[in-house]
Write a protein that binds this ligand. Sequence first.
Ligand code: SF4
Length: 298
Amino acid sequence: MTDHLTRGATFQRAAAGALAPITVQLHRGDGVKSPWEQWINLDVRAVERAAACAHAIEPDEGYIESAANARRRVGLALLACIRDDPGLDPLSAFDRVFSERSDWFSRPLTDWLDTLGSGGRGAVAAEACAYAAGVAAWLGSNRLAAVRFSGPSEHLDWELPSRTVRVRGRCDAMIPRGVRPADRRLLVVVGSLDQADGAAGQAALAYTLARGSVPLRVTVLAPATGSVVIDVDDDRLEEALGRVADAARSVVAARFGPEAEPSAGRWCRRCGRAGECHQGDAWLATNPVRFGGLLPSR
Ligand code: SF4
């Protein structure tokens, strides 16, 4: 077995060991049932939220669609169009994708897009076009053709054998396109390079667990400010796994431990409870940000 596969299998075993105590808590056998169906969906890009605010990870019904939340999913569809039809501009790609939206997107996102008037559609177009234009400009036409962009709803998933915990992650693209192991370079798009180390570690961990193979490196791109290339070593994966385990403990403690107050911070920007959480809304109102310096974001 080659080294990247051996290391991948090692990290799958390490993750199972790190998360095993949480599995025991979820099956503690005293009649307390988990509010989730069978498992905790622990998006590894959301671990900062989970560790910082006990209320941040909730079942899916707490999720609210918005132009900012749809930016990446719609933007990925635009990029796939632009890659396959060189010369297509982002706004024309948006018109095409929007008119074929039920082919591109999940039912909940399609249903939400169906509700939009011209203003809402324009807001989504602005967000998605900024995302797609930023990524396409950074790649350039030569590299654009060699990239496999993630699908709008594509995840890197790995489940504990007990199916109580699912570690879910994502990357924006794999470079180059092709058959594994050639696709072991990942691209992750972020709003600020301050997040680069954490984003690279989380994407690398998700890929390692889902594929049983350690990626070579992760490029983290903030479209307006630049990019960094980060090699994936075992220390980085162990650090990311530690954050996932911490977040899983936080989620379980929030459900089975004493009541805790919501704790607001930058993690509120991606929390599905924004709009209904007083603490989060107050923080967001006083801390506006710009996506990579390009667009206002909530
Ligand atoms: S919006 Fe509220 S629940 Fe969500 S992370 Fe912020 S403080 Fe926590």
